[in-house]
Write a protein of this length. Structure first.
Length: 451
């Protein structure tokens, strides 16, 4: 990285950044209070609030959002007449899954082979640290040239919409000229990337009932309708032979124009086993950024260990459907529910319940903020041109902010490149990416203030 005061300051702050990220990762801040103590999330929220106060933020508050979680807000005034930039991250994390599968404890930041491992290191506690580093670098080199609002969400991973609803009820709180969402990532390590589209999502719980109670499979099997088998048939109907998502009435032939994702690189990033093929058709970018994708997230049925020879009376599943920009998530939900009902065999009783939803997002890349970010990325990543990419995941808040503040420019950057393995075991962050993106964000704020 070419020498400049901002870059030098960020580099000098990296040891402190590691210590702070370790402190934040140590909180088991999973916003599922049936599995994890509420006190862990509240502790993480207080940590973020204290960090903002230490940087001179005013009006720091723990916002009690309608889903029962807390988001952290703070305001740092800039020069009179300056623009306002909202910086977003979230401090809640995904569950660690199988803790025994982690090479090091999931809630203990551990350095290994040049990366820092821990749940939330990249998604998105590292985003909180990125914002702090950028602001500290500017304060050390003449001051922060814009008004800054920070919002750190407490339930993004749960999709329960607490912050979205709070923002709708308090529309003045997050109003800004530009919004930087620190919850995306580079296409690969070292390639500066702004995410311009996000797929939306819906979560539907499915229940199939066929019998009043379980039956002996020897006495009744072969004629008695099996609810688990019926559920399997329903779930199988959501995919074509090649694995493409097939929800009746939902288009699945869109094309992605822009940065492409080579199949071999995708296989490596996704850790696909040798000899196992990818699913779907079209380019990889078509499949993960421009088309719907269904995933069965879980099934309630007897485990193999301890299973009895029974025909199952009931079975449940949780189904996720990602929807591309241009598709209304509410309409996609209706189509998914109708498809499930239409494809349930043998007259079995089926019910569906939507438990989460978020709309897709498409950014306006022609805005001045994008040029300011491109120039900033060129400073942080010498010799590399900023790329535009999609992301298969969802950040429901983006559409809420776009609707509330239609004149605001929204940019998505962050630390979740493929090697980070967010949501999986052994999540990690590249400290080099944290450093470079912090420099980029600081330089962006300076460029944007002057634009």
């Amino acid at each position: 990285m070419s020498s400049n005061p901002v870059a030098e300051t960020v580099a000098s702050l990296m040891p402190r950044a590691k210590e702070e990220l370790a402190e934040l990762v140590a909180f088991k801040s999973v916003a599922d209070f049936d599995q994890f103590p509420r006190s862990e999330s509240e502790g993480a929220a207080r940590w973020v609030a204290d960090a903002l106060r230490a940087e001179g933020f005013e009006d720091v508050a723990l916002l009690d959002t309608p889903d029962g979680t807390q988001s952290v807000y703070g305001y740092l005034p800039g020069p009179e007449g300056a623009k306002t930039v909202l910086l977003y991250a979230h401090y809640d994390v995904q569950p660690p899954l199988d803790e025994a599968a982690w090479t090091s404890p999931p809630f203990e930041l551990t350095e290994r082979e040049g990366r820092w491992y821990g749940r939330g290191a990249a998604d998105c506690k590292g985003g909180v640290i990125m914002h702090l580093l950028a602001l500290r670098a500017l304060k050390a080199d003449g001051g922060v040239p814009v008004h800054v609002k920070v919002i750190a969400e407490g339930s993004e991973e749960m999709g329960t919409g607490g912050l979205e609803r709070y923002a709708e009820e308090h529309p003045e709180l997050l109003e800004a000229d530009t919004i930087v969402i620190g919850d995306a990532g580079n296409f690969r390590v070292g390639l500066p990337t702004v995410t311009t589209t996000l797929r939306g999502m819906t979560l539907v719980r499915v229940r199939v009932d066929a019998l009043e109670g379980n039956l002996h499979s020897g006495q009744f099997g072969g004629a008695a309708p099996d609810a688990l088998a019926a559920l399997i048939r329903v779930l199988d109907s959501l995919r074509a032979q090649d694995g493409s998502t097939t929800v009746d009435g939902l288009a699945s032939d869109e094309r992605w124009e822009g940065l492409q994702y080579e199949e071999e690189q995708f296989r490596k990033d996704a850790k696909v086993l040798d000899g196992v093929g990818l699913i779907g058709d079209g380019t990889v970018a078509d499949r993960i950024w421009a088309r719907p994708a269904v995933t069965v997230l879980g099934i309630d049925c007897p485990p193999v260990v301890g299973a009895t020879p029974s025909v199952q009376a009931s079975a449940r599943a949780l189904v996720s459907l990602r929807v591309p920009p241009g598709v209304d998530a509410a309409e996609a939900t209706k189509l998914l529910q109708a498809h499930i009902e239409a494809h349930t065999p043998w007259g079995a009783r089926v019910s569906t319940e939507q438990i989460g939803q978020g709309q897709a997002f498409r950014a306006d890349t022609s805005s001045p903020a994008y040029q300011a970010m491109a120039d900033a990325m060129a400073v942080a990543y010498p010799g590399e041109e900023m790329q535009y990419a999609g992301q298969g995941g969802s950040i429901p808040l983006c559409n809420t902010l776009a609707a509330l503040y239609p004149r605001a420019e929204i940019l998505l950057i962050g630390l979740s490149e493929p090697e980070a393995q967010i949501h999986a075991v052994n999540e990690s962050v590249s400290p080099e990416e944290l450093e470079r993106l912090s420099v980029a964000e600081a330089q962006f704020l300076r460029n944007y203030a002057a634009s």
